[in-house]
Write a protein that binds this ligand. Structure first.
Ligand code: HEC
Length: 298
């Protein structure tokens, strides 16, 4: 199958996971209802807890097997999606937790089927496994959210760590009144103050670390690209090298930075903090300053 088709099927993963999640939540709610309401009603009617509990097992058995089917689809699309977004520590953990939840859902379904009498040790075991499956959903789902939205997204509004201070380029610190010189540094203008190669490299790394490393670093490497070393950038990601030393126009990393914000593929993604125009100029100057043998060992 062509890559584009597999990637497209993989992109259904974030949607597909909601079916088994919803079913498992419904199952847990059903079990609570069965344990409390049905038992009491049965006892009141004088027919003992078994009869009604037994009658009510058809629904959980059905929901369980539907959840197993849904988990299978979620795992399959997830494995395809991994091919597109690349692997890192977070996606690996998410994957194994997700597969664990799928296996646990299967055990739950077998338990529910065997426990159709609704009472007895198998029925108890079924509820315990259901609880474990449900508990596994929470970290698996949370890591899924981390992969799509970035580390710390969920509570970032409450913790107020949403917008880190932009990294200020050396150019903005030069004039006595930065506001009056704002229009002076358009694209293509040389940097106002020449800085030595080492400082340039350090500054470039700081800008990339501040703006890109949450998604292209050791913890996560979207599209397999890491920007925490020059070698890694030259090696690049899914679509090949991100940087061609000495050749800014051929460096996709710079091209992505310069794409208009609203164009697909612009980096960092639209709702992330953006580097300043000066920062981008500095990255360009840095790539231009690299010799052709940059990044090679020795
Ligand atoms: C919030 C997460 C996030 C941040 C921050 C981010 N990126 Fe990305 N980046 C992605 C995702 C997701 C993709 C894959 C989708 C795409 O190609 O648009 C990607 C793809 C890329 C690619 C293509 C790699 C390849 O070979 O396919 C480059 C180059 C890139 N990013 C550069 C950057 C740079 C430079 C920065 C910082 C200025 C940055 N990104 C910040 C999420 C991010």
């Amino acid at each position: 199958m062509p890559d584009a088709l597999l990637d497209t099927i993989g992109r259904f993963h974030p949607m597909a996971v909601h079916l088994p999640v919803g079913l498992l939540v419904a199952l847990a709610a059903w079990e609570c209802w069965r344990a409390v309401v049905l038992r009491r009603a049965g006892a009141r009617a004088g027919e003992g807890p078994e009869t009604r509990a037994q009658a009510s097992m058809h629904v959980p058995v059905f929901l369980c097997w539907l959840a197993v089917l849904g988990s299978g689809v979620a795992i399959g699309t997830g494995l395809l999606h991994e091919g597109e977004i690349g692997r890192d520590a977070t996606t690996d953990l998410h994957k194994w937790l997700g597969i664990g939840v799928g296996v646990s859902a299967l055990v739950t379904a077998v338990g529910a089927t065997l426990a159709r009498s609704g009472v007895g040790p198998i029925a108890t075991a079924y509820r315990v496994v259901l609880l474990i499956t449900f508990a596994g959903l929470i970290p698996a789902g949370h890591l899924g959210g981390t992969i799509t939205h970035g580390e710390g997204y969920l509570f970032e509004r409450l913790l107020d760590r949403g917008t880190p201070e932009p990294v200020v380029g050396p150019s903005t610190r030069n004039g006595p009144d930065p506001a009056s010189g704002a229009g002076a540094t358009g694209a293509g203008d040389p940097l106002p103050a020449p800085i030595d190669a080492e400082t340039l490299g350090v500054r470039a790394r700081q800008i990339l670390a501040a703006n890109c490393e949450s998604c292209h670093g050791p913890a996560r490497a979207r599209n397999r690209l890491r920007v925490d070393s020059l070698e890694a950038m030259i090696e690049g990601g899914r679509h090949g090298p991100a940087i061609v030393p000495g050749d800014p126009p051929s460096s996709p990393l710079l091209e992505r930075l310069r794409l208009p914000l609203e164009v697909r593929g612009h980096m960092p993604p639209r709702d992330e903090p953006q580097p300043s125009a000066e920062d981008i100029d500095l990255i360009e100057a840095w790539i231009a300053s690299l010799g052709p043998s940059a990044g090679e060992p020795g």
